[in-house]
Unconditional design. Sequence first.
Lengths: 319, 335, 328
Amino acid sequence: MSQPTLEPAKAGDSSPRSFVGGLADSDLVASFLSQKIIVAAGAITLVLVLAAIFAPWVAPTNPFNPATNFLIDSLTPPRFAAGGDARFLLGTDDQGRDMASAILYGLRVSLTIGVLSVLLGGAIGITLGLIAGYAGGWIDAVIMRVADVQLTFPAILIALLLDGLAQAILKNSNREETAFGVLVVSIGLSFWVQYARTVRGSTMVEKNRDYVQAARLIGLSPARILARHILPNVMGPVLVIATINLAIAIITEATLSFLGVGLPPTQPSLGTLIRIGQNFLFSGEWWIVAFPSLTLAILVLAVNLLGDWLRDALNPRLK
Amino acid sequence: MTDPLLSVRDLRVEFATRRGPLVALDGISFDIAPGEILGVVGESGAGKSLTGLAIIGLLDPPGHIAAGEITLSGRRIDNLAPAEMRKIRGRRIGMIFQDPLTSLNPLLRVGEHLIETILAHSSLTPRQARERAIALLDEVGIPALEKRIDGYPHEFSGGMRQRVVIALALCAEPALVIADEPTTALDVSVQAQIIAVLKKLTREHGAAVMLITHDMGVIAETADRVAVMYAGRIAEIGKVGEVVREPLHPYAKGLMAAIPTLEGRLARLAQIPGSMPRLSAIPQGCAFNPRCPEAFDRCRVERPPLLAVGDRSAACWLYDRGEAPAVARGIEARR
Amino acid sequence: MIAFIIRRLFASIGVLIAVGLIAFVMFRYIGDPVNQMVGVETSAAERAQLREQLGLDEPVIVQALRFLLHAARLDFGMSYQFKQPVSSMIGARLPATLELAAVASILSLLAGIPLGVYTALRRDSALAKLFQALSLVGISLPTFLTGILLIYLFSVTLGWLPSFGRGEVVPIGSWWTTGLLTLSGLKSLIMPAITLALFQMTLIMRLVRAEMLEVLRADYIRFARARGLSERAVHFRHALKNTLVPVITVVGLQLGSIVAFSIITETVFAWPGMGQLFLQSVQNVDIPIMAAYLLFIAFLFVVINLVVDLLYVCVDPRLRASVRGAPG
């Protein structure tokens, strides 16, 4: 009779098959599968992501092609409600655009901006954090001062400010093309501080470890040491921050668009759609605001659930 | 012999894991007489602390008592309701932990710790409680009392903190004090002092002590009897002098031989080859058999219970009358 | 102790100056201040005269200093869009925002802390799990969605509460106006306050819960139990106190961010506060207002940070000792 072992594939064994086998057997996957809500959240997120990626092919119409929108169709209720039209599953807005299609495209934009800004903020933050933690001295002091000043403001304010400034600098001329990039940069820049601080802390701890001293003795350049040795060891907390940030990034973009300083109605995100819809709340065309709101809420909820689960699963002390 | 104060019979502690229950303590049995000091010694992971926690009812889930009985002064305490067990803690059984800095709440003054414990177990007024607290601090040897009692834990040195902890454990005059590695976190120079304080106070208050440690030297100096633990089981138990001078169990022999002494010739330190098995991979039969120089076939198949050898016990087939009788008779003859 | 306070004060002033300089850079270099202020017909000579009047020809350092000095006197120049002094515009809207923020803060604390404690202590109960689930929804709903939802429910469907504006306000003293003393003012305050408070409340609840669970694992809690203290003493005398200490910092910062989040709430409910003004200024690139708002927020946060730091030192005896510099 063989004894059951408690550990998954050993750390030193890094072949792909053992990794997958170890992963499949590990506590992480077991914890995932054991909670139905998390599985549901994962499934929903996957569906939404796929829908977003394949929006141009999945959507019934292209709502932003002026040729296919007819004003005569505007303000049609959803198919299942009274007065609905079979063509429009979720109704149309005041421009005659199909809500279902608009939501799919809007989802695409929202997700893309969310992911890109998290990646940007993460890249900047991790880099600066590594540098600050490793170099120490005045470089560290400067970076941390800047971080402190930025931390006096909530992220949304920073994003708002950067957005406004960018518009001012770019002079509103080609607002529609630049809105996307401006949003990614603004939101990304509002986030880097958290990554930087965490990574800096971890770097400072790792810097004194033996394996780093050894690498320096061999003569590896600091960049190499940072990238190949220290970076993998600080990624754990970074992953946790990233999952929290993704939800916040999506909310921030939606908020900025809702406030009117994000994406314009010609290339709307879910936030823009909600902004448009709010105007029709009192006049009874509830579907224009309801469906984008629902989509946004479900998306963020699913991402948050996944993030929560990941946080709990990665936290060694809770085991 | 008088009735034992604490009696543990076949205690089994398990941890419920995803892959099935993990057995951490596998059938522990021992007694503690009133006022006696029982040392519990063994490597890290042998289950010493768990035994103490199980007795006082502070096992963290998913650990739980799966089988066995714990009796205090004739009354069973392992199956009490939480509210009942709470009455026993502090009042009948006290416990001291390893790190005095983290044992005290950094936001509360030392005096507040003492007074709240005194008030919880008696009907004194706060004023009387404060006086009693001062008296206790005096007993454990903390000078400059009036100022000290209002100090915060971080203002004390490690040794002083542990004295406070001892005072706290003895506030309500428990009959048994479980001391879990009380000196491990302290400087060597302070360790002897703390052990002395512990001994003095428990003698004066008539309390028995279960002294858990991996430091054999402390046990040799302090305990009346000693239990040697290995892989969640007791390997040998008996009077301290006998076990140290003439250990029966091969593991205990290895332990005693590994203690460096200043007398005698300087030779290489004796080692026990291998290491204690993980709880998930305890060998069949006697847990020590893979590392035992005296192991034979029966050891690999059947687990030995604690076998009586005189007034000592050892969990080793060497001392079963049926097997290797020469060894046992040899010991009997020498006695 | 005094040295500590002075050090923190200097750091705070440093931050304010840094933000002030950023605001100055915005002010001077984003767009041309002169061109923003005048119409198209103004002659070049008049523009030159205005430039000299504003001191735009002087060295940058002098301009920066002048800007900072004016800012310290709460003089932020004139709004490009409204042609009025910025400080009086902000001043007129300050009471609306501050009242809303204060009520929302109190609400989020009163609800968040007890809920956090409850869900930590009774973590396996059905009610706690429900609150945990609701809290997840709470932080997933963007503020504006909460507002819209509330409007739909209470204004459109039930018609109980007004969906925009502040209601009737009563002047207090020479400058402040309050909506707390009129029924319509209170009714108008309810939904915006709840909207603003919800996000913060959920954050506080989750934070308190996490912190308390962490504290309950500490050695001193185990020792307290080993001493036979009652569960109530363990939870409230030991665990709660130690939980709230680190929570103070985060809560303080959160309360500061409520003022920033009021931008959104004010937009949804057409609440006449500073946030709405700021948003308009962003949309219209009205730099003086943007700069002034920025400095105001910086000031607010710096003050909050300072207060929190001082509070921390007062509450945690370990910090008091290190600050005083004398060991026990």
